[in-house]
Design a protein around this ligand. Structure first.
Ligand code: HGY
Ligand code: MN
Ligand code: MN
Length: 423
């Protein structure tokens, strides 16, 4: 791919990026571990006010849409379908300082460098801090990008947390307009292209000693709630062979879920995140148990196969113990391929800047997966130390963030120069 623009001048101002990362990390829940900034929390609200100010300082015209997405716009010379970049600033409970944050602050710095170098883009550039990317207490992830891609539904808004509060109420309390958010969907192909900078959240780049990943696909996510119904009995008198122990059946299922998750051809994982049983006392054989699990893969066929395998095996294993099962599935998202064209532009941009790169799948979900419905999508990964993420130990060195931000600015400039970007 022959790129025209010389993008070496778009290198970020490392000290400014470092200061932004430190400032944003300061908006965290003092009573929670790590750098917790969960969606709808007060630290999250304050952080987004700060992000909006940073966008303004960068010369972006800022708005907050009905879904609560904070959007900064750098006007292009001839408008048309915008170039879009961005990520999220909410964290998981006990999260770190880089997941999502690198993509928002990197995008703001890229926009600053494009302006400061007098680089005139043809297309408008939109920098987005998407509302609530992380799976929240309502069980819904990527609320802001779902709204923009037209897949936020009334059923999503009606989902309740353990207190009976609905997602719609939480969005309203936060200042969003959930009913209008349902109709916010942009038209398909309404973007020139979308590129998200993100930390890898896995070990591949660091293990290979490569500073940049060009994402090939984003994993699909299927979640399940399995309920096991056995029989309560006296724990001291009922012989072992005559029990219908729901918790043992659930524990066996957890090991089956782990076994089934091994051996995927490209990328596939399974995780049981939670187990509960009742009545939950020493001297009664557990009558009921529940497990919450998920399976992910970039491979649609493998993912569908795992659903069938788990449904069959969990029921058969429990039945051998005289325990009934019910498995509810929730599709969080399907696997999404990154645009070949955008991957090629990222790779060519890296080559022109002398940045080594490698193609990598994303086992993590991202707003990019939903934005792919609106135009050609690509992602740039930078390494996560030890592959750790969704924990206070999450770490990505400033050098990697500077490299990724430079490549983001270059990629946006190269994409802008293309009359059209193939999906
Ligand atoms: O769960 C995920 O993959 C993402 O971090 N929300
Ligand atoms: Mn993320
Ligand atoms: Mn995350």
């Amino acid at each position: 791919m022959n790129l025209t623009a010389d993008t070496s001048a778009l290198a970020p101002v490392a000290e400014r990026l470092e200061a932004d990362l430190a400032d944003l990390s300061g908006y965290a829940d003092p009573d929670a571990p790590g750098w917790s900034r969960e969606v709808f929390s007060e630290p999250y609200r304050a952080a987004r006010d700060w992000v909006r100010d940073r966008m303004r300082d960068a010369g972006l015209e800022t708005t907050v849409d009905a879904a609560g997405n904070v959007i900064g716009r750098l006007a292009g010379s001839h408008g048309g379908p915008p170039l879009v970049t961005g990520s999220h600033t909410d964290t998981v409970h006990g999260g770190g300082r880089f997941d999502g944050i690198v993509g928002v602050l990197g995008a703001i710095e890229a926009a600053r460098r494009i302006r400061e170098t007098g680089t005139r883009l043809a297309h408008d550039l939109l920098v987005v801090d998407f509302l609530g990317e992380e799976a929240n207490r309502f069980g819904i992830s990527c609320m802001g990008s779902r709204s923009l891609s037209g897949i936020l539904t009334p059923a999503h808004l009606a989902r309740t947390d353990t207190t009976g509060h609905t997602l719609g109420q939480a969005m309203r309390d936060f200042g969003a307009d959930p009913e209008r958010a349902l109709g916010l969907g942009w038209d398909a192909r309404s973007m020139h292209a979308f590129v998200e900078l993100h930390v890898e959240q896995g070990p591949l780049l660091e293990q290979r000693g490569v500073p940049v990943g060009v994402v090939t696909a984003i994993a699909g996510i299927e979640r399940l709630l399995a309920t096991f119904r056995g029989r309560a009995d006296h724990a001291g008198t009922m012989p072992m062979a005559e029990r219908h122990d729901a918790l043992v059946a659930a524990a066996e299922a957890v090991l089956t879920i782990e076994r089934v998750g091994c051996g995927a051809p490209v990328h596939g994982v399974t995780t049981t995140g939670r187990i509960e049983s009742s009545p939950g006392v020493y001297n009664i054989v557990p009558e009921e148990a529940r497990i919450w699990a998920e399976t992910r893969s970039v491979d649609h066929t493998w993912l569908s196969g795992v659903r069938r395998t788990l449904a069959d095996e969990l029921a058969a294993q429990a039945a051998r113990r005289g325990v009934e099962t019910a498995v509810e599935w929730l599709n969080d998202q399907d696997p999404v391929l990154a645009s070949r064209s955008v991957q090629d532009v990222i790779a060519a941009g890296a080559d022109s800047l002398g940045i080594p790169w490698a193609p990598v799948p994303s086992g993590a979900g991202h707003d990019a997966a939903h934005m792919a419905g609106l135009g050609p999508m690509g992602m740039i990964f930078v390494p996560s130390h030890g592959g750790r993420s969704h924990c206070p130990e999450e770490w990505t060195g400033l050098g990697h963030i500077v490299t990724g931000t430079h490549l983001l600015a270059a990629t946006l400039t190269h994409l802008d120069a293309l009359p059209d970007v193939a999906a």
